[in-house]
Design a protein around this ligand. Sequence first.
Ligand code: NI
Length: 174
Amino acid sequence: MPLLTILKYPDPRLQRVASPVQAVDARVRTLVADMLQTMYEAQGIGLAATQVDVHERVIVIDVSEDRSQPLVLINPELVWASPERQRSDEGCLSVPGIYDGVERATAVRVLALNEHGQSREEAAEGLLAVCIQHEMDHLLGKVFVEYLSPLKRNRIKTKMLKRREDAAPARGAA
Ligand code: NI
């Protein structure tokens, strides 16, 4: 089981807009460590604090094959996005089992603090660029299914709500 509970779409808390982190202190470092553990245990490649019901601008990512390159982005700001855009299939730990195409900038540069409070600029392309944009959307209260057609989105919403009912413990179960 992941350490932190990951909110599932369409939980309204996923729509909250995150606030900037005021100070990168021990509390934030604990949050980052817990988020990384949760992301790895859920076999995800990225997790935004919003998804664990913490509404502060914190993201963890690891797109490496052997899960050895954690990237921590605190108070991330998009510095640049390429005019070239590309569609690729995305998934989300808050929308398990659903994958669909989303068009995003193929490359981005982002300015952020790390868990030691140091500021640095990250240049990303490919999967990492997609992941950064996907996680930054979470901090703005946006889940990737919102890019899909209303028809698809409603179908996903119904499926997720149905699954939640199925997962609920049966009345009277021990
Ligand atoms: Ni996500």
